[in-house]
Design a protein around this ligand. Structure first.
Ligand code: NAI
Ligand code: MG
Length: 790
């Protein structure tokens, strides 16, 4: 039988291979050996390693393993290029980005084929998804370059950005990093992942063809050590990383205390929730995309299937049937659904995790389909009978492996969905719009797809909650990651007034009479310090003006617990939060004289002015509560993406030593306005203004646990708070050394941090601090994708 007749009888696909010729010719033109792309030119190849095709194990090229000296040369080139590049008008920079976009489109097939050969992903995906999204990203950001000054007044680029990317979407991740960085006026040193350097090198040549000024984009290839040389380089101003949570934490620690900007896009274990009224066939197709797109090597892969119990059996049956029609094979074959994993080591890793899943009681299903030998191929895999404690339900597998669990009620679905340290994405399937829009805000994830999955667009921010990282890529919220307020680059060190020594060293030499030691304020109640010790508070001349409790680890634990119990504050209407903050301001104003006197007693400064400024600040953020909101993005898909501004959760705030009242108010007001609960450590030196504040709180309808106050030694309490997994973000105003410690200790659960690093932030400055500076830091953006059209 001839081939066509054979296919006709079997109704099977014939091979439809895409030609590799042009990609091979490009590699050959470079003698299949590459140096780095630094300062607009290729360096001589150094010690090299092979870049292989995981579909057949064949070497494609040798690329150079970047040394610290290579990284240094690239940073120097980027630094030298920065002044001119950042001084170009946005329009001029935009034209370069536009030229790059056009060249990528022109050479899109070459890019797609090379990507598929180096990474193993099906050509259908690289051709129809990856590369078009790359071009779109450069187009979109050409516009941002031009509109920068209008949309981000008084903002400047960081300078030199170090960017480290993973291997799952090699060119797309490059685009996500480079396009916004250049639009904002930064120059970059980018390191592709060791398995997939080739399209980044092809991109370097495109930069050259676009006549991009030398040194604006530098590509250094290499492994983890090369990445570490970038994150550790002292002349880099910002690090942007996408990759594993493990390495993200290493980078958080490595950059602590350096003042480098940092954005982290890390792992995920994203839930895919199917309610019983879902359009099941569509949900199954969506699921194919969610977990078998790119062999499941997707940070936001819908890898945890949660199905409502009433349809579970039917759904799984249909799913298995669909799995048996998936085609695993040569990634260059246009009719293949699932290609090769990126490298043998990943195949090992995935197999080990699957084994573990089975050993822990999971039920394995693999369809009876053909898989080619000799490459990194794994069948689509389903594991059912899984419980929340199982490894496969918690670890990011990063392969074509779906794990399934069932739920009964929407509440249980939300609880299961959020039962993970990650928070990158989530998918909801239901025909009930009320249900979908009720669930979406309850999911702790940066992206939520309704009746669809894996939608991406340059205009829509992407990024995680919790241990999936922080910072957004794409859209206006992504541009923010590459810009800094102009004034912030010009801050001077904070010189603390040296407090006069206490008049007496005897701890019993207190004020006498009835003990008035101020207590802690936890869960809406005054609480004695666990330590049983108090701390003296001295005035400007060294005289004792009062005492407060000496807070310890136990007090912090109680305060964090209270703050978590009160997290419902975020779902109180913004109008209500505004009313409460206004009321707080009003009640503070009633006692203005008393508070002014207390400030003067502690600092000798004009208390009346500070109280007035504090009242005004509370008013300002009461006013913001219902105004600092999101946007509706219009991606090219028939969907809208609503960028919702959400609270971070429980924020730890350590107020500066100066300005006993305003120093705390300036920080807690934006945090509370946006719906966060707070554990506050007021000024270590002058805490009495905040311990007086309890009474104001009690008369102002602030729900218990929303603001908790622990007095004590700022540095000690900062450490406990930074290490505490119940805290979602931490702000520390104080010395550089403690700031560094806070940033380092925050790596444990990837907290967002703001620290003053020993610099003087004049919190009384309304122009700087009455607006979005802290609002932005008190919130995270969730993009909810909603389809429209029948
Ligand atoms: P990885 O996180 O080690 O690699 C990502 C990038 O970081 C690469 O360019 C690598 O060279 C670089 N790197 C490694 N160590 C570094 C260090 N100490 N300092 C600076 N840069 C460093 O990811 P890997 O090892 O390739 O994959 C392991 C697992 O990580 C995967 O199986 C998957 O679970 C997860 N992963 C998640 C990704 C995501 O987007 N969520 C992407 C890649 C991996
Ligand atoms: Mg490769």
């Amino acid at each position: 039988m001839n081939k066509i007749a054979e296919i006709f009888t079997s109704l099977d696909y014939g091979p439809a291979p895409e030609s590799a010729d042009v990609a091979l010719a490009w590699l050959a033109a470079h003698d299949n050996t590459f140096g780095h792309f630094i300062n607009g030119a290729w360096t001589k190849p150094g010690k090299t390693f092979a870049s292989e095709n995981p579909a057949n194990g064949k070497k494609l090229a040798d690329v150079t393993d970047g040394t610290a000296a290579d990284v240094d040369a690239a940073v120097k080139a980027a630094r030298a290029a920065f002044p001119k590049w950042s001084a170009l008008s946005g329009y001029q920079r935009g034209k370069y980005l536009y030229a790059i976009a056009r060249l990528i489109q022109k050479h899109s097939r070459l890019f797609a084929v090379l990507e598929t050969m180096d990474n193993g992903k099906p050509i259908r995906e690289s051709r129809d998804v990856d590369i078009p999204l790359v071009a779109r990203h450069f187009y979109h950001h050409a516009g941002w370059a031009q509109h920068l000054e209008r949309e981000f007044p008084e903002h400047v680029p960081y300078g030199v950005c170090g960017q480290i990317i993973p291997w799952n979407f090699p060119l797309l991740m490059l685009a996500w990093k480079i396009a916004p960085a250049l639009a904002a006026g930064n120059t970059v040193v980018l390191k592709p992942a060791e398995f997939t350097s080739l399209t980044a090198l092809l991109f370097a040549e495109i930069c050259d063809k676009a006549h991009l000024p030398k040194g604006v984009v530098n590509i250094v290839t290499g492994e983890g050590d090369t990445g570490a040389a970038i994150t550790g380089h002292p002349d880099i101003d910002k690090i942007a990383f996408t990759g594993s949570t493990e390495v993200g934490k290493i980078i958080r620690r490595a950059t602590a205390g350096t003042g480098k900007g940092l954005s982290l896009e890390l792992g995920g274990k994203s839930p895919y929730i199917v309610f019983d009224d879902a359009d099941i066939d569509s949900a199954i197709e969506g699921l194919v995309d969610a977990i078998w797109f790119n062999q499941g090597q997707v940070c936001c892969a819908g890898s945890r299937l949660l199905v409502q119990e009433s349809i579970e059996e039917r759904f799984i049956e249909k799913l298995k049937k669909r799995m048996s029609t998936l085609r695993v094979g040569d990634p260059l074959d246009k009719a293949v659904d699932i290609g090769a994993l990126v490298a043998p080591v990943q195949v090992e890793r995935v197999r080990d995790l699957v084994k573990k899943g089975v050993a822990e009681g999971g039920q394995l299903y693999e369809p009876d389909i053909d898989v080619p030998g000799g490459g990194c191929f794994i069948k689509p895999t389903l594991i059912t009978n899984v419980s929340t404690a199982n490894t496969v339900a918690n670890e990011e597998i990063f392969g074509p492996v779906l794990v399934e669990m069932s739920f009964r009620t929407p509440e249980e679905a939300v609880a299961l969905a959020n039962n993970t340290r990650y928070g990158l994405a989530a998918t909801i399937w239901t025909e009930n719009v009320n249900l979908a829009l009720d669930i979406a805000p309850k999911l702790k994830a940066g992206v939520v797809w309704i009746n669809s999955t894996n939608n991406f667009d340059a205009a829509v921010g992407f990024g995680g909650y919790k241990e999936s990282g922080f910072g957004r890529e794409g859209g206006k919220e992504g541009m923010v990651s590459y810009l800094k307020a102009k004034w912030e680059k010009e801050l001077k060190p904070f010189v603390a007034a040296t407090p006069k020594a206490a008049k007496s060293a005897n701890p019993l030499d207190d004020a006498g009479g009835v003990d008035q030691t101020a207590k802690m304020y936890i869960g809406g109640k005054q609480a004695r310090p666990d330590s049983g010790y108090s701390r003296p508070v001295h005035g400007p001349n060294g005289a004792l003006v009062g005492e407060v409790g000496d807070g310890n680890r136990k007090d912090i634990r109680n305060a964090v617990e209270a703050a978590r119990v009160a997290l419902g504050w975020a779902t109180t209407s913004a109008h209500n939060r505004a009313q409460i903050l206004y009321f707080l301001a009003e009640n503070l104003e009633y006692r203005a004289d008393e508070f002014a006197a207390r400030i003067k007693a502690q600092t000798g400064e004009d208390g009346a002015a500070e109280v007035a400024a504090s009242v005004e600040r509370l008013f300002a953020f009461a006013g913001w509560a219902d105004k600092y909101d999101g946007a509706v993005h219009n991606p090219p898909q028939r969907m809208v993406a609503t960028a919702m501004v959400e609270a971070l959760g429980a924020i730890a705030i350590l107020a500066p030593p100066s300005r006993p009242l305003l120093g705390s108010i300036a920080l807690i007001a934006p945090a509370l306005a946006m719906g966060n609960t707070v554990v506050l450590v007021p000024s270590e030196r002058s805490p009495l203004s905040l311990t007086d504040f309890y009474q104001v709180l009690e008369t102002s309808d602030v729900p218990s646990g929303v603001l908790n106050i622990v007095t004590g030694e700022s540095k000690v309490l900062a450490k406990t708070l930074a290490e505490h997994d119940g805290i979602d973000a931490i702000w520390f105003a104080g010395d550089a050394e403690t700031s560094a410690m806070v940033e380092k200790a925050s790596a444990g659960n990837v907290k967002q941090t703001w620290t003053s690093r020993g610099l003087y932030y004049d919190l009384s400055d309304k122009a700087k601090f009455e607006g979005d500076y802290f609002l932005r830091r008190a919130t995270q953006v969730k993009n909810v994708w909603i389809p429209y059209g029948a």
